[in-house]
Design a protein around this ligand. Structure first.
Ligand SMILES: [Zn+2]
Length: 303
C-alpha cells in the first residue's frame, strides 16, 4: 500500500491502474444559488488575493489569482479571468485572452516551489463540472508526477535519444505537410485536431518554436498563441453551439523546464457526451466524427 499525505487528505497509489488517487474526504463543495463570489462588488467573497493584473486604476483589475476556497491542496489557486461574469475566452479580445495566458505563466512559476508538477486547466459549461460559472481557470501544484505525465516523459525522452529531435517537432512537421487535420496556422502557431483524439473535436495548439516551459514564452509569442486559442474556441462555439469543454495546459514538470525533448501544448477537449460504456470498460475513447472532418468543419468557421 503506497500512500502520501497531502493537505488534510492523502494520495493513494492504485497498483492495478498504475495511477494516484486523491482522497479529499473533508473537501467542501461550492454552494449553489449563492451570489457569484468572483464578481467585483458587495457579493465578492474570495480569500485574499495572491496576484493581480491591474486595470486602468489601482482599484480595478483585469485578471486576479486567489487561493481556491475549496482547495485540493495548499497550492491550489483560482485565476479569475475577467471582472465581467459573462466574459468568455471565445468571445473576448485577443488582448484579454493574452492576459489570461500571462496569468497562467505567472501563477505556474509561483506554485512550483515544493511541487513535482503544476497543472493548469479551465472548464467551460455544465459538462465540464463547473460549480461557479464566472470565467476562471485553476492552477494546482502536485507533490507527485502523475503516471500519465511520467509515461509521456519517458516516451518523449526515448524518442529524442533515438532521433535527436523532439517528438513534437516531427509530429508538427507531419501535420503541416498533410494539412488535413490543421485548423489554423498563423506564423509559428498551429492548431490541429490530433490523428487519434481523446475526445471528439479535440484541438491542440502548439508552436513551431519548441520550448518545454510554457511560462518561458515571451510576450509577443504568447499574444499569437492567445489569438489562435481564441479563434479556435470561437470556431468550436459556432460549430457545436457553445459546447462544454476542458482546456488543459501540458508543460514541463518542475525541474525539467530546460530539457530539449519536451514541448508545451494546449489541449481543448470538448465534453459533449457522458462517456459510453465501452470507454469505461476498456479505457478506449470512442469518437463519432473523424479528425479530418472535424478539422475541416472548424476551418470553415474561422473568420
Ligand atoms: Zn461573477
Amino acid at each position: 500500500m503506497t500512500t502520501k499525505p497531502w493537505h488534510g487528505g492523502e494520495l493513494r497509489w492504485d497498483h492495478l491502474g498504475g495511477e494516484w488517487s486523491v482522497l479529499a474526504p473533508g473537501r467542501e463543495v461550492a454552494p449553489t444559488g449563492a451570489p457569484c463570489p468572483f464578481c467585483p462588488g458587495d457579493g465578492e467573497d474570495t480569500p485574499p488575493e495572491t496576484w493581480r493584473l491591474p486595470g486602468e486604476t489601482d482599484a480595478t483589475w483585469r485578471v486576479r489569482a486567489v487561493p481556491n476556497r475549496y482547495a485540493l491542496s495548499d497550492r491550489h489557486e483560482v485565476i479569475i479571468e475577467s471582472p465581467d461574469h459573462d466574459w468568455d475566452l471565445a468571445t473576448g479580445t485577443d488582448d484579454e485572452a493574452g492576459a489570461v495566458l500571462f496569468a497562467w505563466q505567472e501563477r505556474h512559476r509561483a506554485l512550483r516551489h515544493g511541487a513535482a508538477q503544476v497543472v493548469v486547466f479551465r472548464g467551460h459549461g455544465p459538462g465540464a463540472g463547473i460549480s461557479v460559472s464566472h470565467p476562471h481557470s485553476q492552477v494546482v501544484g502536485l507533490p507527485v508526477l502523475s503516471a500519465a505525465t511520467r509515461r509521456e516523459l519517458v516516451a518523449m525522452r526515448e524518442h529524442y535519444d533515438r532521433s535527436g529531435r523532439p517528438f513534437a517537432a516531427e509530429l508538427l512537421a507531419g501535420e503541416l505537410s498533410s494539412g488535413e487535420r490543421i485548423v489554423l496556422a498563423e506564423g509559428r502557431t498551429v492548431a490541429f485536431v490530433p490523428f487519434a483524439p481523446a475526445s471528439g473535436f479535440e484541438i491542440r495548439i502548439v508552436s513551431a518554436r519548441h520550448r518545454a516551459d510554457f511560462a518561458a514564452i515571451p510576450r509577443d509569442e504568447l499574444g499569437a498563441i492567445a489569438r489562435a486559442l481564441r479563434l479556435v474556441l470561437s470556431a468550436l462555439r459556432e460549430e457545436l453551439d457553445d459546447p462544454s469543454y476542458h482546456l488543459i495546459l501540458h508543460t514541463a514538470p518542475v525541474g525539467l523546464e530546460h530539457v530539449p525533448y519536451l514541448t508545451w501544448s494546449l489541449h481543448v477537449l470538448p465534453r459533449q457526451y457522458v462517456p459510453a460504456g465501452l470507454e469505461l470498460a476498456s479505457g478506449i475513447p470512442v469518437i463519432t466524427s473523424t479528425p479530418e472532418e472535424s478539422a475541416k468543419r472548424l476551418r470553415n468557421r474561422l473568420p
